[in-house]
Design a protein around this ligand. Structure first.
Ligand SMILES: [Zn+2]
Length: 604
């Protein structure tokens, strides 16, 4: 048997959650072709993985790399973390669709998030079809902010029946093109103007089209419990999969609530609802500065906001509301020293400064400094907000329920995306969990951490052929030294790749990172959700409208399990609800994605 590559003698942690075992992994034509002891090499290239972990490539379920992939197609800061797939278009922010005449509006709105990206009018299908070759696979979401901007601008009201129909049609078009689902950012305008009826109407489209709902909660601070209830209500009412993204309990008054929220999610699963969550392991969040202010500040759009911010009466109202409630979505923070300028397109010299320091230097009230700064930077300032308790981070990291999402963009330590002081999560999320929380703190077993980054994520997203080291799966593989795979990016010096001289990353069977260096290869593909709700390799994708799911008997046969090819440690575990009794404990407790659809064993 001829293979392209044989990875020899590594500790294979297959992504299912079970412990690793020493095995060879053979790759051919972009797929994992064989797995076991002493796979014959033949003419294949051999990679010596002795002493290294061989895992499925990490699936970053929560990113904003649609803002940077077209200008950083090598996805440097992600692939060097072992990430092979990114899900983009989150928090309601997507760069498509853009209707004729709406380009400037969307571009202005996203200026603090995508300052370097060229925008264009496009349908969602054109957007997917013309996405450039990149080093990672990318799955795209339709953003709710973007839908509203196209149809209603920044109007602070409910949609008319016609407007709701227009948004529904745009969402339908995106899903038909292969979008994985809808994202919302209910914490900030214009998504925040949406009531329950609007979100249910849109999520009913998802239900019909087998898409998923990915939500930045309506509030991650003082009303975080109510916001989680709202997300669970959507899952219950519409029967869709709900992903609560970058779960956090922000603000001094909300520290310690993570356990309660995780219990709520677990209870929803026990009820039979499809609810997942993900998080990044850092005490600071990152957002456009304007989103920290009361929501009425943005009403009417960018120019209206800038005019409003210059008015003394607006500043008085902002000051009073922040004194009373804390920051929008972020809650009460100890001081403005906790808000650090990250990327500031028009005032780049201030990147890294805090508003506490600027206020002290200027001898002004921090609210005046923030308002002046936003006006001078044309609303495009992005900040880091330190507002999360380490205890809550640990609670979420060790939870078997919580997946891993960086909430970061792929950037690079050179070129246009090396500007400013981005959040270190852009460079360090995955090695931070594996290096700091697993290797140093022993907060959770390595195989469980890998599962939360791979097999469990693939199950939540219904990626049928990724997330496991399993014969027939796409060859997205991360190879790393578990004792030398640690994040180096910090708030003060974020543009640093992780440690690990032997790190190797493969995407669709092509080596992208070798000995911690990028090869320049861009073998990533756009992932599209098929009519049956699953997401498979593009070449296998059935175009819309293929709503009729094939009968179980017509699906390809399941690969034989790993036990048959290696010295046995029990059957290889897919994400198979019917195999509950033999699954690892953390799978038994809650990893049931899309539970209402009966289905057979997971196949590649
Ligand atoms: Zn968000």
């Amino acid at each position: 048997m001829n293979y392209d590559i044989v990875i020899r003698g590594g500790l294979v942690i297959d992504g299912s959650g079970r412990p690793g075992e020493i095995a060879d992994v053979a790759v051919r034509d972009g797929q994992i072709a064989a797995l076991g002891r002493s796979v014959p090499t033949g003419s294949a290239r051999t990679i010596d993985a002795a002493g290294l972990v061989v895992a499925p490539g990490f699936i970053d379920i929560k990113t904003h790399s649609d803002f940077t992939l077209p200008i950083n197609p090598k996805a440097e800061s992600k692939v060097r973390q072992g990430v092979t797939t990114e899900i983009v278009g989150h928090c309601g922010f997507s760069v498509a669709p853009i209707l004729p005449g709406k380009r400037q509006l969307v571009q202005d709105y996203l200026s603090a998030s995508a300052p370097w990206l060229p925008f264009r009018e496009t349908t969602f299908r054109e957007y997917l079809d013309s996405f450039p070759p990149t080093s990672v696979n990318a799955g795209m979401l339709v953003g709710h902010h973007t839908l509203r901007l196209n149809v209603m601008g920044m109007d602070a009201r409910s949609p008319s029946a016609t407007e709701l129909e227009e948004m529904t049609a745009l969402l339908e078009e995106g899903l038909a093109a292969g979008a994985l689902g809808l994202s919302s950012g209910l914490f900030t305008p214009p998504s925040s103007y949406a009531d329950r009826a609007e979100m249910i109407a849109l999520c009913n489209v998802l239900k019909r089209r087998n898409g998923g709902y990915f939500t930045h909660l309506r509030d991650e601070s003082n009303n975080v419990i109510e916001a989680v209830e709202e997300a669970i209500d959507i899952a219950r009412t519409c029967g869709v999969h709900v992903e609560i993204v970058h779960l956090k309990c922000s603000g001094l008054d909300n520290w310690g609530k993570a356990a309660q929220i995780l219990a709520m999610i677990e209870a929803a699963r026990q009820e039979g609802l499809a609810v997942d969550c993900d998080a990044y392991p850092y005490a600071a969040g990152s957002n456009p500065l304007k989103n920290l202010l009361p929501q009425w500040v943005q009403s009417g759009g960018l120019e209206a906001m800038l005019t409003r911010l210059a008015l003394p009466e607006s500043r008085e109202r902002i000051r009073a509301e922040i004194d009373r409630d804390g920051l929008n979505n972020w809650g009460r923070i100890p001081s403005w020293d906790c808000v650090q300028i990250s990327i500031s397109p028009h005032l780049p010299q201030y990147a890294g400064e805090t508003f506490g320091k600027l206020a002290a230097v200027r001898g002004q009230d921090p609210i005046d400094v923030v308002c002046d700064y936003l006006v001078e930077d044309k609303g495009a300032t992005r900040v880091l907000i330190t507002s999360i308790a380490e205890e809550d981070i640990c609670e979420i990291v060790r939870s078997p329920s919580a997946l891993v999402g960086s909430d970061g963009n792929c950037v690079a330590a050179y070129g246009v995306t090396s500007q400013g002081m981005p959040h270190p999560r852009f460079y360090g999320t995955f090695p931070r969990i594996l290096g700091h929380y697993v290797h140093e703190q022993h907060l959770l077993p390595l195989e469980q951490a890998v599962h939360k980054m791979t097999g469990a994520t693939a199950a939540a997203l219904r990626l049928r052929d990724r997330g496991l080291i399993r014969e027939g799966c796409r060859a997205d593989i991360a190879i790393f030294d578990p004792s030398d795979f640690k994040d180096r990016a910090t708030y003060a010096a974020p543009h640093q790749y992780p440690t690990g001289n032997r790190t190797m990353v493969m995407v669709n069977g092509v080596v992208v990172v070798e000995d911690a260096k990028h090869t320049g290869a861009t073998p990533g593909v756009v992932l599209r959700r098929a009519g049956d709700g699953s997401v498979v390799w593009s070449a296998l994708w059935s175009p819309w409208p293929d709503l009729v799911r094939p009968p179980t008997s017509s699906l390809p046969a399941a690969p034989s399990d790993m036990k048959a090819r290696t010295a046995g440690t029990g059957p290889a575990e897919g994400i198979n609800p019917t195999a509950a009794r033999s699954r690892p404990w953390h799978l038994r407790r809650g990893r049931r994605a899309w539970p209402r659809r009966p289905r057979g064993p997971r196949r590649c």
